[in-house]
Structure formats: structure tokens, C-alpha cells
Design a protein around this ligand. Structure first.
Ligand code: UDP
Length: 326
């Protein structure tokens, strides 16, 4: 099969490329390298089944040419990372809403099935656990720009499901919960690579708020296994699936585990939220997925425990720092 991966040079996208090429498929990657980088695909460039197209999902002509050529589209191109979104609020909304609408229109024109990557962010301030796909979104005030990300991805889901229900083409949606692992950059604010880099440099490890907020972390390889399962499961069309881990950890305890695994001399420093972003920032106190729907559909269970995930990130960041800091 031939696949188009929008955002295929990003962190998750590059791992999806690895998996599809390893299974003998052909892959077209469309990426504007706004947050991804072709260096994430460097190890694959000798594979003739991979084509990298430097370009944007905003470009209708490129999109139509590519969507017309492939059998299925995996839409991962999106604004990512709380830091990036707060620094680029308007562009983030446009990328997520206008960009996704263009991808959807192209899929409609050529009747191509679509896998849409969404995010646990759409649950917003829901605090109960675990979160089920049918739970309500609890979104904060429009003056707090973080929530624009949740709203824009929720709108993507609404649009995609509307096309699906009109019979235009089949759509499957996955909500990723804090996916981490090799090739994730700390540049856009994600906690795992940031804490690991700080620990490796013996610099203060920045834990925002009082560190009692919790998350579950998913190894990117588990995330990709879920994507591969869902794209080859026709019954998943028209459905939304949580994709995440099950081991809930507070960010303070995460910092302690990173410190222990790296043997770092860093102090763990609590930073008030107001000192990190601004007074308009709000954080989710808790975010834990119910993954039973995914388990039933594609027999998915996360394989990587948190300590293994941290160890993989440490190895990757050590390598990256060695190559890039001399
Ligand atoms: N966080 C932190 N220190 C950092 C970066 C993030 O304590 O240097 C916190 C952040 O406030 C959130 C959690 O770690 O509570 C996860 O943040 P991330 O941006 O990775 O993902 P989110 O779940 O917020 O989308």
C-alpha cells in the first residue's frame, strides 16, 4: 500500500514511517518542518519506498496530487507543544483547523480513508479518571489561549466525523496521551525531554506548580503499534480511540525518577505557573485514559513501563547532546 503521512518528519510521524516501511509499504511524507525535521528521517533516506516532500498542508495543489496518488492518508501535521501553541496562538489554530479542513476536502475528492491524530487535550479540565472517549470536554475561558488547542483539535474531530457520517470517506480518530520517546525535541515544552536534558546537564529540573498534577506517558513505539492496528482495522472507521499508557505519575515523582535513573546532581525546583508562561496559563491537574476501547478493537496493551520509557529517552538525549553540543 501507499500512504501519505502529513507531518511525517515529526516525532511521532517519523516512527510511523519506520513501521510502515518495515512492513513493506511505500510512504510519502509531506512536512513543512515547522516543528518536525527531515533529520528525523535521515536513517530512512536510502529506502526507495520513502518520498519526502517539503511542503505544507495549506498547499491545495500539492495536497491533491499526493492524496490522489496514495491509498490512505495519515494526518499528523498539527501545531504541537504547549510552549509552541502559547507562542504561536493564531498560526496554531489555522494549522489545526484550516489545514485539517484542506486534508479532509482532499480525502473527500479522492475518497481516500483518513487516520486523524487528535489529542487528550480535548478533554480539557476533566479531572476524573480514567477518561472515556464519550466523556465531555471541559474547556476553559477563551482568554486562556491554551484552550484554543483543545478547541481546534475538537473541531478537527467534529469535521472529520461529519465527513465520515456523510459517507464521503472513512475516518478513524486517535487521541494521543503524552506520547514520549526517542526523537522528541524539548524545544516545544514537553516535560519528558526537558527534565531529562536538565538532569543530564545537572541543571535545576523545572517542575511547574506544586508538581502534584499527573499524567500517563506512552512510549512512541506503543503509540505507533496502536496506529498500525487502527489503520488496518476497518471497523475502527467512524470511531474515536484513546491511545495512552496506564501508569499514572505526578510530575514531581516523574522528576525524581528521571533524577534517579540519570544519577543527576540536579535540584528539583518548583516553579509557579505564573513564572513559566503568564497569568493566563492553566494546567490539567490529572489526565489518565481508559484504553479499553482500543484494547478491544486491536488487542492493544502498552508494553513499555515508565522506567523503560525514561531510560530510552535518556539514551536518545545523550546521543543527541553528544552530536549537537561539543
Ligand atoms: N511541566 C513541568 N516542567 C516542564 C514542562 C512541563 O512541570 O519543564 C508540566 C506541565 O505543566 C504539565 C506536565 O508537565 O503539567 C506535562 O506537560 P507537557 O507540556 O509535556 O504536556 P501536557 O500534558 O501539558 O500537554
Amino acid at each position: 500500500m501507499r500512504y501519505l503521512i502529513t507531518g511525517g518528519a515529526g516525532f511521532i510521524g517519523s516512527h510511523v514511517c519506520d513501521a510502515l516501511l518495515a512492513d513493506g509499504h511505500a510512504v510519502y511524507v509531506l512536512d513543512d518542518e515547522s516543528t518536525g525535521s527531515r533529520s528525523n528521517l535521515q536513517h530512512l533516506f536510502s529506502n526507495r519506498e520513502l518520498r519526502f516532500i517539503a511542503g505544507s498542508i495549506a498547499d491545495d495543489a500539492v495536497l491533491s496530487r499526493l492524496v490522489g496518488t496514495v491509498h490512505q492518508v495519515i494526518h499528523l501535521a498539527a501545531a504541537v507543544g504547549v510552549k509552541y501553541i502559547l507562542e504561536n496562538p493564531l498560526q496554531s489554530i489555522l494549522t489545526n483547523v484550516v489545514g485539517t479542513e484542506k486534508v479532509l476536502q482532499a480525502c473527500k475528492a479522492f475518497e481516500k480513508p483518513l487516520f486523524l491524530a487528535s489529542t487528550s487535550e480535548v478533554y480539557g479540565l476533566q479531572t476524573h479518571a480514567p477518561l472515556r472517549e464519550s466523556d465531555y470536554s471541559v474547556i476553559g475561558a477563551t482568554s486562556v489561549s491554551r484552550w484554543s488547542y483543545a478547541c481546534s483539535k475538537a473541531l478537527d474531530e467534529f469535521m472529520a466525523l461529519a465527513f465520515h457520517h456523510q459517507g464521503a470517506f472513512p475516518v478513524t480518530i486517535a487521541r494521543f496521551f503524552n506520547t514520549v520517546g526517542p526523537r522528541q525535541s524539548p524545544a516545544y515544552g514537553m516535560v519528558m525531554p526537558r527534565l531529562v536534558d536538565q538532569a543530564l546537564h545537572n541543571e535545576p529540573m523545572t517542575v511547574y506548580g506544586d508538581g502534584s498534577q499527573t499524567r500517563t506517558f506512552t512510549h512512541v513505539k506503543d503509540c505507533v503499534a496502536a496506529v498500525m492496528g487502527l489503520i488496518s482495522h476497518p471497523e475502527a472507521a467512524g470511531e474515536v480511540y484513546n491511545v495512552g499508557g496506564t501508569e499514572e505519575v505526578s510530575i514531581l515523582n516523574l522528576a525524581k525518577r528521571v533524577k534517579m535513573i540519570t544519577g543527576s546532581r540536579s535540584e528539583i525546583r518548583l516553579i509557579p505557573y505564573a513564572d513559566v508562561y503568564n497569568h493566563n496559563f492553566e494546567d490539567m491537574p490529572r489526565r489518565v485514559p481508559d484504553i479499553s476501547k482500543l484494547e478491544q478493537a486491536v488487542h492493544f496493551t502498552p508494553k513499555y513501563r515508565l522506567d523503560e520509557i525514561i531510560a530510552d529517552v535518556v539514551t536518545d538525549r545523550q546521543r543527541w547532546l553528544k552530536d549537537n553540543e561539543s
